[in-house]
Write a protein that binds this ligand. Structure first.
Ligand code: BGC
Length: 709
């Protein structure tokens, strides 16, 4: 790899001991960074600070803008918003003196159970790639290094540190790697490996993935860091291509960092045994003495250490860190609050609507449910945020309404599992419940009574997910299904607002008048929900994941998920998400790409303008302005002996269309939708006729054309 003369000179001047200090972390003296490199004073190399994301910048004890979860961002189907959210997080990272942001998270959503799906974008590789690139570009436009994670096939949290994803080359290439490729092509300065194994080898030690594919084939020039305590071995990882061990601290230092200097690491109950590798189970400071000794023994060439150091320093140079040029940044600005609200609003998906929405301004509302009096900032784990200011769902609705709004909790509150709770026994994501709603009734009867006497009942329900644990099933936790059923029996205008990480089961679906998915909307929760419920904004979100009954996922056999003997067989191959449901002709709850609008659109005149662009005219035939997400899918030709998905998502364009107007929309078709990966021939485009479908979801095709390849 080519480095600047400055980096080459620096590497030349560093002693072995100094080099080793640049390839493993140390405790941050300020205690704000998640990961820290002390730098080398003698040669003027400054410190490097790494902070968690991806839902905002997370520094302990400090607030920051709590942006919507990644899955909500992807539901906007508007990459420009990804760029804006990324840039805003970048500015906040600068304001917190952080140089590297540990995000975006971009693992493919393979199974709906995965506890971290809210940190990821989609079940589709093209959509994932679009948002991965956008967020990376946004962050790095503020000179903050992006760290796409977790490379690769970290698709579940159950036994995440031990499990091996047994996945074939074709599925890796077509589904699991493209998001990371897009992030690398967008210039990501770093990459974080995952805890799991891929086909039997821990990713930190996976030379084919880290060196042959990421660095050699894709030309990635940044540095590859381990996940926290996820470096499997000194020699294995160094020779595989890992450049930086994180956090690189001892058990005692970790306890200090946790603010518990008098306790032993082994005293901590991590909640579940394989939530996090500990220094005891995984070893730490492997890139300190052990790497030093391995170089002496000739097991790791000295040049590899030089390359590791040059990669870290190279990015420090590229983003101005080496010259002490960190931008000033800004935090909790009106602009950032607006971006958080805009993304939350635009990511809200109107799943169904039986004329109950938009709400009348003066309707009297009964707002019920355990999720209504808090803002849903996210799931548990390293992405947990503390906001400066947040709007609970009921508060946003109350502020917007010209009618009477009563609130009843109805059923006991749902515990949002917190990874940090498990460790420290406290809660870093405390939400101050509104005093008005604090005293709200938990009695189901009161909720039902309120629903009966008001014009409309809005039930706000949630799932509960966290890093380090998967959801056991797709049911709403607690007594929330009973609550919806009871309210729906009392009011024929029942609107359900789901705040979930992804698909949940909706057993009461036929009994309610409307369903809205607002994911984990972040600090602007109530404002965003209100603007969609009242139709101030068109319902513009679309599903980046399919909602299907639990039994329809390719996850019903234990060897497929969550694994047997620590092996998870990705037997479905490339048939992930809607590709699987198309192949099985499953009856879906809501298909990939689905989302109603308050406007109505007509699609006409679809043509190919060139080999990779489809053009369609979309008319808003309703009386209100609307926002449409035009989606394109490619139908590959049948080729003997090759099983291909019926259709592959190829691209999207989101547009505002005023009432009565037509807009001509171009959608660029991603090459990935045409190509397939052949185990012996590599990337292959079969000659033949490809169908090009344009429409509102993977199951709602409005116009069709084709192209030959
Ligand atoms: C998570 C990473 C995170 C790191 C540092 C790990 O447990 O998997 O996503 O960046 O901790 O907090």
């Amino acid at each position: 790899m080519d480095h600047s003369d400055r980096i080459a000179d620096l590497v030349e001047s560093l002693t072995r001991a100094e080099k080793l200090e640049l390839v493993h972390g140390a405790p941050d003296p300020d205690g704000t960074a998640t990961g820290y490199l002390p730098g080398v004073d003698r040669l003027g190399v400054p410190e490097l600070k790494l902070a968690d994301g991806p839902l905002g910048v997370r520094t302990p004890g400090q607030a920051a803008t709590a942006f919507p979860a990644s899955v909500a961002l992807a539901a906007t189907f508007d990459d420009e918003l990804g760029r804006q959210q990324g840039a805003a997080i970048g500015r906040e990272a600068n304001a917190r003196d952080q140089d590297v942001l540990l995000g975006p998270g971009l693992n493919l959503i393979r199974v709906p159970h995965c506890g971290r799906n809210f940190e990821y974008f989609s079940e589709d590789p093209v959509l994932t790639g679009a948002f991965a690139a956008a967020v990376v570009e946004g962050l790095q436009s503020e000179d903050v290094v992006a760290t796409p994670k977790h490379f690769v096939a970290n698709n579940q949290e159950t036994r995440r540190t031990r499990v091996s994803a047994e996945v074939d080359e074709r599925a890796l290439r077509e589904c699991y790697l493209p998001g990371f490729r897009a992030a690398a092509d967008a210039g990501a300065g770093a990459m974080m490996t995952s805890y799991n194994c891929v086909n039997g080898t821990h990713v930190s030690d996976h030379r084919r993935l880290l060196t042959e594919i990421l660095k050699d084939e894709w030309g990635f020039e940044g540095f590859v860091m381990s996940d926290w305590f996820g470096t499997e071995s000194a020699v294995g990882a160094a020779t595989a291509g890992l450049d930086l061990e994180m956090p690189g601290i001892t058990g005692e230092e970790m306890m200090e960092a946790f603010g518990m200097p008098d306790q032993e690491l082994s005293d901590i109950d991590f909640g579940n045994a394989d939530a996090l590798p500990t220094p005891e189970t995984a070893g730490t400071r492997l890139f300190a003495e052990p790497l030093d000794e391995a170089i002496d023994a000739g097991d790791v060439p000295e040049e590899r250490l030089d390359d590791m150091v040059a990669r870290v320093l190279g990015q420090m140079e590229r983003f101005g860190v080496l010259d002490g040029e960190r931008k000033e940044g800004e935090i909790d600005t009106p602009e950032h609050r607006e971006i958080a609200e805009e993304v939350a609003t635009r990511g809200t998906v109107l799943l169904e609507n039986d004329d109950a929405l938009p709400l009348d301004d003066d309707a009297d509302l009964a707002v019920v449910g355990p999720a209504a009096n808090v803002a849903m900032l996210g799931g548990g784990g390293s992405s947990e945020m503390t906001a400066f200011e947040e709007t609970a769902t009921v508060d946003g609705i109350r502020e917007r309404s010209d009618g009477m709004v009563t609130y009843a909790q109805g059923v006991p509150e749902i515990d949002i599992p917190s990874f940090f709770d498990d460790i420290f026994g406290d809660d870093e994501t405390v939400t101050d419940a509104d005093p008005d709603t604090d005293s709200a009734s938990v009695a189901l009867d009161d909720a039902v009574e309120a629903a009966r006497s008001d014009d409309v009942a809005v039930v706000v329900v949630q799932d509960a997910t966290t890093e380090a644990e998967d959801r056991e099933d797709l049911r709403l936790p607690g007594e929330q299904d009973e609550l919806v059923e009871a309210v729906a029996a009392a009011s024929d205008r029942t609107v359900v607002v789901l705040q979930s990480s992804g698909p949940v089961e909706l057993p009461w679906r036929d009994d309610v008048a409307a369903v809205v998915e607002s994911w984990y909307p972040g600090q602007a929760d109530g404002d965003a929900v209100a603007s969609v419920l009242y139709g101030d904004a068109d319902a513009a979100g679309r599903l980046p994941v399919t909602f299907a009954p639990e039994s329809e996922y390719p996850a019903t056999e234990p060897h497929q998920y969550p694994g047997v003997n620590d092996e998870v067989h990705y037997e479905e191959g490339v048939f992930v998400g809607y590709r699987h449901f198309d192949a099985t002709d499953a009856e879906l709850t809501y298909p990939f790409g689905h989302g109603l609008s308050y406007a109505e659109f007509d699609y006409q005149d679809v043509v190919m303008v060139d080999d990779e662009t489809v053009r369609v005219t979309v008319e808003n035939i309703s009386e209100r302005d609307g926002r449409e997400v035009v989606q394109a899918y490619v139908r590959p030709p049948r080729v003997a002996d090759v099983d291909r998905p019926r259709r592959e998502f190829a691209g999207h364009t989101a547009v505002e269309i005023p009432a009565g107007h037509s807009v001509t929309v171009d959608v660029a078709l991603d090459d990935l939708a045409f190509r397939r990966y052949d185990e012996s021939d590599g990337w292959t485009v079969d000659a033949g006729a490809y169908g090009v479908e344009v429409g509102r979801s993977s199951r709602d095709v409005r116009a069709e054309t084709g192209v030959s390849r």
